[in-house]
Design a binder for this molecule. Structure first.
Ligand SMILES: Cc1cc2nc3c(=O)[nH]c(=O)nc-3n(C[C@H](O)[C@H](O)[C@H](O)COP(=O)(O)OP(=O)(O)OC[C@H]3O[C@@H](n4cnc5c(N)ncnc54)[C@H](O)[C@@H]3O)c2cc1C
Length: 384
């Protein structure tokens, strides 16, 4: 007889994988399904590295979720016996008009997040590679850092498979009808049966549910560069170089130190054009390279002429303001939608897994900010 899982989780990115883990730990029979495989190069979780930071300006919800997630990443790291978390420190570059960073201080104090406040002279002295004339102070989160993203997702899914949660390689079709969904069909003509279905399809959510989500989640093209520091030079590696962000700069740059010889990662947090995650060519443009070189010449001059070792083109899956989408499908009582990571979701994987389990399995009250009803069609980013 055909197996019926308690939960079928569609999408083995960071959200789906942590949801599957949490449900499995709660004693549920779970199957994961992914069209391209966990941490694939089209997915938003398929990048080399992702920042984990506690700072969210005045926004306490995400600060707490990041705080809750950090030890769970560490727990996973021990279980899979592979380096997943580098506590390189995260440096916020700021200036006197920056209310966002000022409000972070209060949140950090209330939630006992360790931080150091640095003045401009201390920043210049500690981080001589960075040149930002208008930076007057900064905030260092010494215990934060970066996650080895693709590796973490793949190892998490392998671990789940070993403990009896299959990861089925299949492209599922959009569910039809209403009421209670009993199974989902795959493009290969098969079906997977379950009691509940969680669609954690990241940037594909608007393709899976076009009528509902095509105007509510915007997948935007984001380019990333890895630059090669000079030979034998440790200036761009930890401990001399932390992750840094400068959200006061119009290009919203951020950079991650060189890890595992992949180069110094730098990118801009501005939203690019809307793309299709299936068909987008993952090649950066010559205009973007020119913009990067101009930026480096001004702000990280020692890398201005360094070779680009690798590039990546990924996508954010933005909701209107950056808040996640976690809600029941309005037409199906046993279908859940989880996504809208909006360029900051990776670090929160463990907290999302726990939240979905609490809401779906234990009937916990949902957070209003995540509900479908709170989503709008305009783009007005408020969460960074
Ligand atoms: C360039 C870039 C930098 C970022 N930086 C950070 C950062 O520093 N810190 C941070 O916390 N976050 C960051 N993020 C955001 C974070 O990576 C994403 O929010 C997160 O990875 C989203 O995960 P997901 O599981 O929702 O989606 P995905 O990882 O995209 O997973 C969705 C999965 O669903 C599968 N799928 C889709 N449709 C179907 C279907 N019909 N059938 C079967 N499978 C299907 C796909 O194959 C895919 O594997 C960044 C994102 C990008 C692009």
């Amino acid at each position: 007889m055909k197996k019926t899982y308690d939960f079928v989780v569609i999408g083995a990115g960071v959200f789906g994988a942590w949801i599957a883990r949490s449900l499995h730990q709660a004693g549920e029979e779970v199957a994961l399904v992914d069209a391209y495989g966990p941490g694939n190069s089209r997915s938003s979780s398929g990048g080399e590295t992702r920042v984990i930071r506690m700072g969210y300006g005045p926004d306490e919800l995400y600060a707490r979720w990041a705080q809750q997630s950090l030890p769970l990443w560490e727990e996973l790291e021990l279980q899979v016996d592979s380096e997943l978390l580098h506590r390189t420190g995260v440096l916020w570059l700021s200036n006197d008009t920056d209310e966002y960073s000022k409000s972070m201080l209060e949140v950090f104090r209330r939630n006992r997040v360790h931080y150091q406040q640095l003045d401009a002279a201390a920043i210049r002295q500690r981080y001589p590679e960075l040149k930002f004339d208008d930076v007057t102070w900064g905030l260092l989160e010494p215990e934060s850092g970066l996650l080895m993203a693709r590796r973490a997702v793949r190892l998490l899914v392998f671990q789940l498979e070993k403990s009896g949660v299959p990861c089925i390689h299949a492209h599922t079709l959009s569910p039809e009808g209403a009421g209670e969904l009993r199974d989902i069909k795959t493009a290969a003509g098969e079906s997977i049966s379950g009691g509940h279905f969680v669609f954690a399809c990241g940037p594909w959510l608007p393709k899976v549910f076009p009528a509902l989500l095509k105007d509510l989640i915007f997948p935007t093209r984001q380019e990333i560069f890895f630059l090669g520091p000079p030979p034998g030079d440790n200036s761009f590696r930890p401990p001399r170089m932390p992750v840094w962000l400068n959200h006061q700069h119009p290009q919203i740059p951020y950079a991650l130190p060189e890890i595992e010889g992949h180069g110094y990662k730098i990118a801009f947090d501005q939203h690019g054009p809307v793309i299709d995650p299936d068909s987008e060519e993952r090649v950066v443009s010559t205009e973007s390279i020119a913009r990067l070189r101009a930026f480096l010449g001004k702000h990280v001059p020692r890398l201005a002429k360094s070779p680009i070792l690798e590039t990546r083109v990924c996508q954010y899956e933005n909701t209107w303001n950056g808040d996640f989408l976690i809600d029941q499908h309005p037409d199906f009582k046993n279908v859940w939608l989880v996504g809208g990571g909006s360029g900051h979701g990776f670090k929160h994987g463990p907290a999302i897994g726990a939240y979905v389990t609490d809401v779906v399995l234990r009937g916990a009250a949902p957070e209003k900010r995540f509900l479908l009803a709170s989503k709008q069609t305009v783009q007005a980013r408020a969460v960074y």
